[in-house]
Write a protein that binds this ligand. Structure first.
Ligand code: FES
Ligand code: FES
Length: 156
């Protein structure tokens, strides 16, 4: 029975170690903010953070997350797992009304938080590179880029 640290809490999961982390999060723990899009690491909808690094949970077996800090969209606002970049991203997303249908947005936000945590002042090129794996069928890309710049301005 693998034990995972998710959003600052340990969970002993009654799942096979080779099932994708995405299904452990959604089906076993009901953390449904992480979305299923393609299942082949091509869309970014399922992005979570593993030790702060954006990771496609649809192709990551539960066993690969053992011993790591898993952060999902639900964990971003908490004191245990939240950080300045997460708060800045959430505020900018609201201010610039980034979301359209919303389906891709938890993955977009996780990638944006990871980017700003490691690089608080990204250029357009940095943003394009970091966000390239997150697809948005509503094409909110311009607002996402503007919101990342806006969040960046609020970070020291
Ligand atoms: S569902 Fe994982 S990258 Fe698309
Ligand atoms: S907001 Fe609809 S898919 Fe991105």
């Amino acid at each position: 029975m693998p034990t995972l640290n998710i959003n600052g809490q340990n969970h002993k999961l009654d799942v096979e170690p080779d099932i994708p982390l995405l299904w452990a999060l959604r089906d076993t723990l009901q953390l449904t903010g992480t979305k299923y899009g393609c299942g082949i690491a091509a869309c970014g909808a399922c992005t979570v953070l593993l030790n702060g690094a954006p990771t496609r949970s649809c192709v990551t077996p539960v066993s690969a997350a053992v011993g790591q800090r898993v952060t999902t969209i639900e964990g971003l606002p908490t004191a245990k797992t939240g950080n300045k970049a997460a708060r800045a991203v959430q505020a900018a997303w609201e201010k610039l009304d980034v979301v359209q249908c919303g389906y891709c947005q938890s993955g977009q936000i996780m990638s944006a938080v990871a980017l700003l945590t490691s690089n608080p002042k990204p250029t357009d090129a940095d943003i394009d590179t970091a966000m390239a794996g997150n697809i948005c069928r509503c094409a909110t890309y311009h607002r996402i880029r503007a919101a990342i710049h806006d969040a960046s301005r609020t970070l020291a």
